[in-house]
Design a protein. Sequence first.
Length: 65
Amino acid sequence: MRIAEITIKPIKPKPPLNPAQARIAGLKQNVERDRQQLQAERDRQRQQRENERRQRQQRTISTGV
């Protein structure tokens, strides 16, 4: 390979957003963050249900029923 093939292209800086664009960008970030929080809460509740199910199974096995 040649050095020219490996070189990284420079990243051009983005101009600052105007107020309307900044508001839209902020709302999009909020949506993504809310989706992640919702998924984390669903995962937490799913894990809690699994733990409760395992505990019930353990109690059933230990009582010999």
